[in-house]
Design a protein around this ligand. Structure first.
Ligand code: GDP
Ligand code: MG
Length: 506
């Protein structure tokens, strides 16, 4: 390859990297732009997945792609008590992580890094470790020029926060060192994490710690462990030479670790990574796996969006239907002159009082029906628990109903004046007409179209009051809302990440 051709290739690669980064920026921007708010429907789980996804893009992938020459991050994983902290101390030659018989021993991550790189991890893990850098052990070991080792809290910890932190640490890993103990290598929830790690495409070093001195049983145990790994698709071959074996031996109190010889082979393997080409290959493999995992997880987010959207649509429809049914019913009562069946309609005040109270009651019926319909859906039930006023008409409805009744009566008066034209209507004529309209009595001398118009006006006012009351339900569904087309947007941003990753990792 000529120098110019090579430069062009490097240039293309940089453009592809920039393109991949900007598509990842866009995707995480879209994922940050909403929240899963629909109660029930595994809201907490979906929200966690969304936040985790943003975190792995922003805190792992983007920094990695921007700075591919940063040290490789190796994370120690494995069942609690298997000796991860002991292995870290042995590698570091100093007391980096306190080992302990009491489990779980390591509750917050411990980072062993070179002095030059410490700042990186302060920023990266700042949110996890807390304000101080007590969890960071800085040294000058040559190996740390190119490698940082993190002792993660146990994934199988009984403490949920340890598990969460464990997963967050895993999110920044380029490489895993899986430590199992010869005493208990076959059980433990930590195995589940191996599947997760494999899904990410992370390279894994396997260490079997605390092996006894008897060569026969060592061979058996190592062979069995290798077969288990092969069975889980974690090793290409059931070959125990692919596993780093560490014998049970004294722990030096000075550094809480084993003699340096015990981890010499592991150190040597890790030192290989300091070769820039190999390191780039490791980072490449881990970022490629991370991109693939992100694309896959976006699928779950998009599903979550669409299931929330259909819940919101269903709730919206149920509320609309309840109010629409009530409106049809009320219109029938208005046109049939059966809206008001009791109470005193002797004067304007009485009519307005009866009319407005019947309007509020109709809203109350609609609200109860809408709430009952919501209650029959898990998510609706959860919403009702938060907003318990939905079973009744709204607090502002009586005032709106009074205003509607008064405005309608004004209309009755003015159309009476218009119908009579000559002279003024006799005293009490408007009251008599309103009463006749409301109770279905005949109203002599009134043109039929005026009667129709006044009844229609009343129907419209009923519709307005009901709509205002219904708005409480609809506003609530809107607040849960996920912008229309969001699922499609996220999907297409993920597709463009995938396409650009294809170009970058070609
Ligand atoms: N004597 C001895 N004890 C060990 C060895 N490896 C681990 N241990 C002990 O096993 C316990 C758990 O080790 P630790 O490193 O804290 O496990 P972790 O939970 O995986 O970090 C501690 O009490 C260690 O002292 C070993 O090779 N020799
Ligand atoms: Mg530990």
């Amino acid at each position: 390859m000529t120098e110019r051709a090579r430069d062009a290739t490097i240039g293309d690669h940089m453009t592809a990297a920039a393109a991949l980064q900007s598509s990842l920026e866009d995707l995480s921007g879209a994922l940050e732009g909403f929240q899963f708010r629909v109660p029930g429907n595994d809201q907490a789980g979906k929200e966690r997945a969304r936040v985790e996804l943003v975190r792995s893009i922003r805190e792992y992938l983007l920094p990695r792609l921007e700075d591919p020459d940063a040290p490789v991050v190796a994370v120690l994983v494995g069942p609690s008590g298997s000796g991860k902290s002991v292995i870290l101390n042995s590698l570091a030659g100093q007391l980096a992580s306190e080992p302990g018989a009491l489990r779980p021993t390591t509750r917050s991550p411990v980072v062993w890094a070179n002095r030059r790189h410490v700042r990186r991890y302060q920023k990266l893990l700042g949110g996890l470790i807390g304000r101080d850098d007590a969890g960071i052990v800085a040294g000058n070991d040559a190996i740390t020029e190119q490698l940082t080792v993190i002792d993660a809290p146990d994934f199988d910890s009984v403490y949920a926060d340890s598990r969460v932190i464990g997963e967050q640490v895993l999110a920044v890993a380029d490489l895993c060192i899986f430590v199992a103990s010869a005493l208990r290598y076959a059980d433990g929830a930590a195995w589940q994490f191996l599947d997760q790690i494999r899904m990410r495409g992370l390279p894994i070093l396997f260490v079997l710690n605390r092996l006894g001195p008897d060569p026969e049983s060592r061979k058996l145990i190592l062979g069995d462990f290798a077969a288990m790994l092969k069975h889980r698709d974690l090793l290409l071959e059931a070959d125990s030479s692919l596993i780093f074996d560490v014998s049970e031996q004294v722990i030096y109190p000075r550094h809480g670790g084993l003699h340096a010889d015990a981890v010499a082979a592991i150190r040597q393997e890790l030192a290989l990574i300091s070769d820039p080409d190999l390191r780039r290959a490791v980072v490449r493999q881990s970022t490629e796996g991370a991109v693939a995992e992100i694309i896959e997880k976006v699928g779950g987010i998009v599903e979550g969006i669409s299931s929330d959207l259909s819940v919101v649509t269903a709730l919206h429809t149920l509320a609309e239907e309840a109010y629409a049914t009530e409106l049809t019913m009320s219109k029938g009562l208005v046109s049939g002159g059966r809206l008001i069946t009791a109470g005193s309609l002797a004067d304007r005040a009485g009519i307005q009082r009866e009319l407005s109270s019947v309007l509020s009651r109709r809203c109350g019926v609609a609200a109860r029906d809408a709430a009952a319909a919501w209650d029959s859906m898990g998510e609706g039930h959860a919403l009702l628990a938060v907003t318990d006023t939905l079973w009744r008409h709204g607090a502002e409805t009586p005032a709106a109903a009074e205003q509607a009744a008064s405005a309608w009566f004004d209309g009755v008066e003015s159309s009476l004046a218009a119908a009579i034209r000559r002279g003024r209507p006799r005293r009490g004529a408007a009251v008599a007409l309103a009463k006749a309209l409301l109770t279905g009595e005949r109203s002599d001398g009134l043109p039929p179209e005026t009667r129709e118009a006044l009844l229609t006006d009343l129907e419209d006012r009923v519709a307005t009051v009901l709509a205002q009351d219904a708005d409480r339900f609809l506003a609530l569904t809107q607040r849960l809302g996920i912008p229309a087309g969001l699922g499609e947007t996220v999907q297409s941003l993920a597709a463009s990440v995938s396409e650009r990753a294809g170009e970058f990792y070609r």
